[in-house]
Design a protein around this ligand. Structure first.
Ligand SMILES: NC(=O)c1ccc[n+]([C@@H]2O[C@H](COP(=O)([O-])OP(=O)(O)OC[C@H]3O[C@@H](n4cnc5c(N)ncnc54)[C@H](OP(=O)(O)O)[C@@H]3O)[C@@H](O)[C@H]2O)c1
Length: 312
């Protein structure tokens, strides 16, 4: 890899899998030599296969002198990765958090000159869960890290993530937002909205992809690639109208004229209960996200992890 020059802060992504890689790709694409937002990203995966996957994902755009400086390590170097990091992103699954937040990693975070911002992406893990866990690893002692919960989505790779964030205080939000603004749109929400926001902002990409696949795959007159591209543009158009203030009902009204061709299609969707299915899917996803973090809640309920400053 070519020599790089740091021109901004350092962030670490511990547990850089599918979502972490999407974030890394977005950050690499956003890199500008003249911006002082971010200059150096250190990422880790558990295995060397995981580290190779990361390397492959950034080949081509993070290897020149004018690109973001990226360092890739395996899990045994998590404590090295967090040294001097302004923001540490925990990108693993909930059950790997205890493997990542070891006493060595926590000690390294506590030794950082500036107060480190710890951003948790692990699904279903609440601010209280993470704060308890962190404190528990510290042997019940006060800690300096500022804790944030974030749910980006995989469109981060093309800088179009709809990231929702939550934290107990305003303190530290600006620095976190600067990072996530580089990979898309960010919104701060109350923590009780995070499960629903996860279903709507992250999981729903898979639901939108199902619509796209079904809609584009329904006709034989066009090649699959052409059909998917056209439908994706139509989806973008729908999204742009909604973001410009048009309601979904207004769009349906404008497109479907009485007795017209669109109405024939809408009738089929209604008869097959498609809207009800999506409603049920979002509810099931929201509930499932809520149970994902249960292991961590149980862990953090252990002695030493119970006393948390919730105002943090
Ligand atoms: N994917 C999404 O669209 C999405 C969206 C929003 C939120 N989330 C949440 O984000 C979290 C991660 O999801 P994902 O899809 O990115 O999962 P993933 O692809 O399985 O990534 C998890 C990563 O953690 C690494 N890891 C595990 N133990 C580690 C250790 N001890 N040290 C360093 N790295 C370690 C794994 O390394 P190896 O590769 O070597 O095994 C892997 O790269 C989940 O909790 C999920 O709910 C995901």
């Amino acid at each position: 890899m070519a020599e790089h020059t740091d021109n901004g802060g350092k962030i670490a992504i511990l547990g850089c899998g599918k979502l972490g890689i999407a974030i890394l790709q977005g950050l690499a694409k956003s890199y500008s030599k003249n911006s002082h937002n971010l200059g150096h990203v250190v990422v880790t995966a558990k295995t060397s296969a995981g580290a190779k996957r990361i390397q492959k994902s950034i080949n081509g755009f993070a290897t020149t002198q004018d690109s973001l400086r990226v360092e890739i390590h395996t899990g045994d170097e998590n404590s090295l990765a967090v040294q001097d990091a302004v923001v540490v992103i925990l990108g693993c699954k909930p059950n790997a958090l205890s493997e990542i937040l070891t006493p060595k990693v926590v000690r390294a975070i506590e030794q950082n000159e500036k107060r480190t911002i710890l951003v948790n992406l692990a699904g279903g893990v609440t601010l209280v869960d993470l704060a308890r866990m962190y404190r528990s690893v510290r042997g019940g002692q006060e800690h300096r890290a500022f804790i944030v919960r974030a749910i980006p989505n995989i469109a981060a790779s093309v800088r179009q993530s709809a990231t929702v964030l939550s934290s107990w205080t305003e303190d530290g939000r600006e620095a976190v937002q600067r990072v996530f603004d580089l990979i898309g749109h960010t919104e701060w929400v109350a923590e009780e909205q995070m499960f629903a926001a996860s279903a709507l902002g992250a999981s729903s990409l898979a639901f939108h992809a199902i619509i796209l696949r079904a809609v584009a795959g329904s006709l034989s007159e066009m090649s699959s690639a052409d059909a998917i591209r056209l439908c994706a543009r139509a989806m973008l158009g729908t999204a742009a109208l909604v973001l410009a203030g048009e309601s979904p009902d207004a769009i349906i009204d404008k497109v479907a004229t009485r007795g017209g061709s669109t109405e024939a299609g809408l009738h089929i969707l209604k008869t097959h209960g498609v809207e009800d299915s999506f409603l049920a899917a979002i509810r099931a996803t929201t509930q499932a996200t809520g149970t994902m973090g249960k292991t961590v809640s149980r862990l953090s309920d252990q002695p030493g992890g119970a006393d948390v400053r919730c105002a943090e």
